[in-house]
Every structure is written in structure tokens, then in C-alpha cells.
Design a protein around this ligand. Sequence first.
Ligand code: FE2
Ligand code: FE2
Length: 489
Amino acid sequence: MKVGLPCTVCCVNAVDRPSGVRLAELVAALSLATDLGLGQPQEHVLRQTVVARRLATAAGLPDDQQTAVFYVSLLAWVGCISDSHELAAWFGDDQRLRAASYEVDKSGISMLRFVLGHVGEGSGPVRRLTTIGRFLAGGPDRAARFMLSHCQTTGDIAERLGLGAQAGGALQQAFERWDGKGVPGRCAGEQIDPAIRVVQIADDVEVFHRVYGVDAASEMLRSRRGTEFDPALVDLFCARATELLDGLDEVDAWDAVITGDRDLGPELSEAELTRVLGVFADYADLKSPSWLGHSAGVAALAADAASRLGLPASEVTLVERAALVHDLGAIGVSAGVWDKPGPLSASDRERVRIHPYLTERTLARPARLAEIGALAALHHERLDGSGYPRGVRGDALSLSARLVAVADAYHALGEARPHRAALSGARPRPAGSTERRRTRCWPPPGTASATGPRSRAISPHVRPRSWSCWPAASPTRRWPSGCRCRPAR
Ligand SMILES: [Fe+2]
Ligand SMILES: [Fe+2]
């Protein structure tokens, strides 16, 4: 028998084993969620990172700053969802507003014209005028406060991800400008970290190149030369625009950023992977004030239920992780929809119904995340096929999928939402409805997993106390007049 190093199969504590996922891959996956919040097509931030790295190389930035460019680019706009609720309240659709913001130089008269052109969007003329008046009464720095909130959130996320001080410092300057008129306005010119100067250019260039072409991207940069952007970097980019944007439309951005990277660092341990997914959970919950703690709460509930059911430890971990990230795709739906106090329109409901799919797409790579995303994407499916987005039914829903779905529904019912109050635990269930509703998401009565001692042990946790708002809309379901039910998050 050999002695010496412990084997990696049985001697190493499970939580210390390599997970097969590196931090850089998780940060790249998080950037896909950021795309959703920005109202941009998937892989906008990844393509921006391709451009940023090419520009950083062309500018001759040293290796440590090129590494900083990688993380700064992937995370620069991650905090942009932190005030989605407030943006939606003022502008109607936070994602549409962010997407439109690329068209303007975000300072002075052009910024004021942009803001006033979108305040109260979607409202009637009288209400819109009232909203504009209230917005102006809040002071000229209201828009700046939004940006400060972004920086704070981004800094918090970078710190929780354990990124270095260089990336963290640059991220705090995401809204600074070369002319010193940025936010928070503490630096200007070459005082701004080179990494963020490169990323600022790459961000707008990716959008203009994709929508209008190479010449339009160069023209946009020249129009903001020395105001928003570093003039030397603008000159460099415009002189080599064709080369720096070569093949960008065809490139697989994930491969270019991740697979092509020289040093992505070591794999995270299993415990570290779960911890980072906990950051994802809190990030998803930023979309609406009423979601605070939702994802972590669902994960704790689902993992506890899976453990009590006697599932293998690896499956309990998978359930916990899927529950942590189950609503990541909710970032892709406007806060104006999630926070609407009244009934949702047909269009709103369609947007809500797609959020589990967006979760799955956000976590499509690498393979370890894809497994988690696939399970998370089932959290609104129901046994009778009435769930969404795919209408998966019956045996196609594994026990783990059912656990995540039940934990999500139960936890959500105990939380207040803009359209309903939190349901009290003492609230009685409607008579006669329990068995019918139970079959939507829990194994039908008589099956082993539904009637065994373990299921009885967890039933207080997994059985919703009230069924009046059960989230099981079908595409054609009509919500009864006065009913406050609707597709749930
Ligand atoms: Fe949820
Ligand atoms: Fe959801």
C-alpha cells in the first residue's frame, strides 16, 4: 500500500476538491447576465472584452494591466442592475434606457437631453410632465447617484469574488471621464486607470460596430475624443480600427476570451464554487427590492429538503447550486414588469415566462455550470405541464427539479411582492384544493417519494401553505378578474 500524498478521490475533503471551474469562467458567465441587464445581445460584454484586450495589446500595456483589463471589462457594468427598480420607476423600462444610453455622450447638455427625453416614457402626456417635474425637483445629481450606486455594487461584487486591488480600483472609476466631468469626478485624464480607459472605449465600440459598422464606431470615438475618452487611445484605435475589429462578427467570444486566455488561474474548490454562486444569487436578487434574500433562501430550503430526503451529497450540492442561480435570468426582464403592482399584460407575461430559459443560457458554459443551469431552468415547470417556459411534465421532472420548484414557490409565497402581500404561515389552505395542486409539482400521492417517511419529514417545508397564488400559468391561462395571481418569479 502506498503512503504519502492523499488520493484525490477519497482522502481529500469533498469541499476542497477542485471543481473543474475557474473563477475567470464564472466571471465570464456573470458577464452574460450583465448583457441581459444592459439590454444588449448576449456576449456583448465578451465581445467588448475581445476588443479591449486587442486595444490593450496595441497600446502596449504591461502584462499586469492586461490581466486587469480582462476582469475590469467583464465586470465593469455588472453593478448596472442595482438600481433597476428606481430606473424603471422613472423611465419605465430600465433595459431600454440602458440600451439607448450608448447613443449619447453622457455628460452636460447631451446627457440632460437624453434623460429628459426618457423620463416617464410609456406614460400619458400629463403624467409624463408630472414625472419630469418630480425628477428635476430631485436635483441635477440624481443621474449621478445612479452611477455611484453602480460603482458601489460593482466594487462589492469584485471584492466578494476576491479580485485584486488593481481591478477593484479601476472598477470604481467606471464612470469617470477624461475631461473630469464623470462620476464621482475624483479623477481625470491619466489619473484614470488605463484598464478602465480601454474598457470604456471597447464598450461603446462594440455596440456601434455591431449596429452601424466600423466607420460609425470610429466616428463616434472621434466625436467624444478628449471628453469621454482618452484622446491617445482614440487616435490609436481609429488608426487601426479595421485590424482591431477584424472578424469580431464571426468570433466565438467565449472561446476568444476564455479558451484563448494564457492564464485563467487554478480551478476553484467545490466550496469556493458554491460561494461564488452565492454571489450570483445575491446579484440576481438586486433586480427588485422585494427579492432581497430570495435566492439564498430558496437554496437553503431546497438543500435542506434534498438532504432530508437522503439524496447523495453530490445531488444535494447540485440542488443547492441550482437554487442559488435559479433566477439569474430574471435580470433579463425589465424591473418595470417585475415591480408592476397591477395585472401584467400579455406581453409582460411572455417576458416573465422566458426568465428560466435565460438562466439556462447564461450558465451554458462551462460544462459544470451547464449542469446547474439546466436544473435551475426547470424551477417554474409543473408536473401537469402547466409550467413554463417549456411545459415539461411528469417523469421528465427529476426529484431534484421538483425540489427546487417547490422551494422557490414556497419561499416566494412568504415574501411580499408589489402586487400582493406576503402570505402568512397561519393562513388556511382553501378546502379541497391540496391534492389537486400537489400533483403540479410534487410526486402524485401513492408514489414512494411522496408517501415515504422522508417526504413526511420535509412536508412542512415543501408544501405551500396557501395555493391561491400558485405559479403555474399556461400560455393561454386567463387570470380571473380580481385575482392577484400571475406567473411568479
Ligand atoms: Fe425564484
Ligand atoms: Fe423564477
